[in-house]
Design a protein around this ligand. Structure first.
Ligand SMILES: [Zn+2]
Length: 118
């Protein structure tokens, strides 16, 4: 069981227990290097892998955005399909009504042709 204060094996500075970060995986419950050395190690790792870490975060963001776009597209397609179905039903009902009151079912071109003939 390591007892504190003790020298950090990296920098050699005699350091109190709270100068070592908590690490429950270690027998003493603390990291073996002092907080300052540990922070420098973390910073060095970050500096060495900055681009790689950035690319990883970008990839995660990109994937989330792609998934969001796909979901939006699915929702939009369902909305358009529902609107089209409603529109087709309205057109059908209108044509049935016009037929029921004896209005001939003409295309816009036929209507224009009739108008100019008169
Ligand atoms: Zn140290």
């Amino acid at each position: 069981m390591p007892s504190h204060p003790k020298p950090c094996p990296k920098c050699g500075v005699i350091t109190a227990e709270d100068g070592f970060s908590i690490d429950r995986s270690k027998a003493g419950g603390r990291k073996s290097h002092c907080k300052i050395c540990d922070g420098q190690r973390a910073q060095a790792y970050y500096d060495a892998h900055r681009d790689e870490l950035y690319a990883k975060r970008e990839a995660v963001r990109e994937a989330a955005w792609e998934a969001e776009l796909k979901a939006l597209e699915r929702r939009h397609r369902r909305k358009v399909a529902a609107a089209r179905k409603l529109h087709d039903a309205q057109v059908r009902r209108q044509k049935e009504f016009l037929r029921s009151i004896g209005v001939p079912d003409l295309s816009p071109e036929e209507i224009m042709a009739r108008g100019s003939a008169e």
